[in-house]
Design a protein. Structure first.
Length: 482
């Protein structure tokens, strides 16, 4: 890992409010390191994490950088080097690695440990587990051990088969192949064999002797009718328009029929046609415009498609339109913290799907989409979007225009935090002036912006660039993780 990647990783790990069952902070004490590697690897498996981490040099209570004197090259038992000694006594011999670098001029060491897979990891013949922040013997928790033994390796949705053993004519009936060639800016071949050759190259179909399988990737992107695919019909995108600000009365509900790629343009047009109009938005526009910027809608709908968890049965992406907001949700918890959506490269469960949708320009390049959403909300002087992680879903809420007086404390803090993130990833810093511009506050009222900044600092979401600077009017501010 590069220094830049390590600095991002340490910021993310420190951002957790407490140690987790797959994350341990230590200062110097390396005793029982092999047991901790066993415990955290097993816990990472149970909690669906790819890796577990042990971090030396961070206080386990405050998560402050304190530095470490731990030396990974020291001797273990029997005068054997520590790391080879631990590796030899792990069963199975899972992969782990460590990285030594500096943060705030203090030495930090991170152990990155791969999660157990189907077999509990033992150290010196004993498997361990984390229960809260405590290391325990796994044998005392048989239900936890059972979870590891029965854990199935993650399947790749796109490689699954939506329908198998169909004739060539049936493939052409089920798949909107002209849409594929149109979106790829490729001339539709006159020769049918060339059409099939291209669809096979893209892994949209697989040839089996004289017949074909249609993959989940091919069906979910280019189905003429998702109802033709029994396993995917509930993954259709739903748009629901409510009367008022709650779900008591539904005005209209529409369910998409086409695959995501072939139906995306029509879906976005339909959503925009349903959005209310605003006669005036802030000081930027003084004319009738849509309540929400189309670019933001487009990006968030695309995100809901590519980041959904297809293993969550019976539900798909959903767009709900209220009088004062629009909520865009998808099944599955996010793979990264909602607090890091702006700066972090997205991690997708469905990388082939995401890659394909980037190729046909349905979604933005890695890491830039949410930035654009935040920028559009600021440009239109809308409240900041809200990112919500539920038990089995992820939701983004865009709000209609509010004056500063109409915004509550959470609205203002959220806007300040996301503004600081946007400035940081642009190589700039948030100041009283930039926040005033974001909220449309006149210069003479800089103290209003100062109070908002003070509340955001108290919340722990932003921090002073230079805490020693006494001039708050010209001070700079950063997101907490910077």
């Amino acid at each position: 890992m590069t220094n830049s990647e390590l600095n991002i990783l340490i910021s993310e790990l420190r951002a957790f409010p407490n140690e987790t069952e797959w994350l341990e902070f230590k200062a110097n004490n390396a005793q029982e390191l092999g047991e901790y590697i066993s415990a955290l690897s097993n816990s990472a498996c149970i909690h669906n994490k790819e890796f577990a981490y042990i971090v030396f040099g961070v206080d386990d209570r405050t998560h402050r950088i304190v530095g470490t004197k731990f030396n990974p090259y020291q001797k273990g038992k029997g005068n054997e080097d520590l790391i080879p000694w631990i590796t030899r006594l792990l069963e199975p011999r899972i992969h782990f690695e460590f990285f030594e670098f500096k943060v705030e001029n203090e030495k930090i060491i991170i152990f990155k440990i791969i999660a157990a897979s189907n077999t509990p990891v033992k150290f010196e013949g004993i498997p361990y587990i984390r229960i809260g922040s405590y290391k325990k013997k796994l044998d005392d928790f048989p239900e936890k051990a059972r979870l590891i033994w029965t854990k199935r390796p993650p399947s790749v949705f796109e490689k699954g088969i939506a329908v198998s053993n169909v004739e060539a004519d049936e493939v052409l009936r089920l798949i909107d192949y002209p849409s594929y060639f149109d979106l790829m800016n490729i001339t539709l071949p006159d020769n049918r064999d060339l059409i099939f050759e291209k669809l096979q190259q893209e892994k949209l179909i697989i040839k089996k002797k004289q017949k074909f399988d249609i993959t989940n990737l091919g069906a979910i992107l280019f189905a003429k009718q998702l109802d033709d695919f029994e396993t995917l019909t509930r993954k259709a995108i739903r748009v629901i328009i409510y009367q008022g600000k709650n779900k008591l009365k539904t005005k209209k509900e529409q369910e998409g029929k086409k695959g995501y790629a072939s139906g995306f343009k029509g879906l976005i047009n339909y959503i925009n046609d349903q959005l209310p109009m605003n006669e005036e938005i802030g000081k930027v526009f003084r004319k009738e415009v849509k309540m929400f910027p189309e670019l933001a809608i487009r990006e968030l709908v695309a995100n809901s498609i590519i980041h959904q968890d297809f293993s969550e049965k019976g539900t798909g992406p959903m767009i709900e339109i209220f009088d004062d907001r629009i909520e865009i949700s998808n099944p599955g918890k996010p793979l990264i913290s909602t607090m890091r959506f702006v700066d972090h490269n997205p991690q997708s469960r469905n990388e082939k799907l995401a890659q394909f949708m980037r190729r046909i320009n349905i979604c933005e390049e890695r890491g830039s989409g949410i930035d654009k959403v935040i920028f559009e909300c600021e440009y239109y002087q809308l409240p900041a979007p809200k990112f919500t992680e539920g038990e089995n879903y992820t939701r983004v809420t865009l709000y209609a225009h509010k004056t500063l007086r109409q915004m509550d404390k959470d609205d203002k803090i959220r806007a300040s935090y996301l503004h600081s993130c946007l400035k940081y990833v642009s190589g700039e810093s948030m100041t009283n002036q930039t926040l005033r511009e974001r909220f449309g506050i006149e210069e003479k009222n800089y103290s209003i912006a100062s109070r908002i900044i003070s509340e955001a600092i108290k919340s722990g979401q932003i921090k002073d660039f230079d805490p020693e600077n006494k001039s708050k009017k010209h001070a700079k501010y950063l997101p907490f993780w910077a």
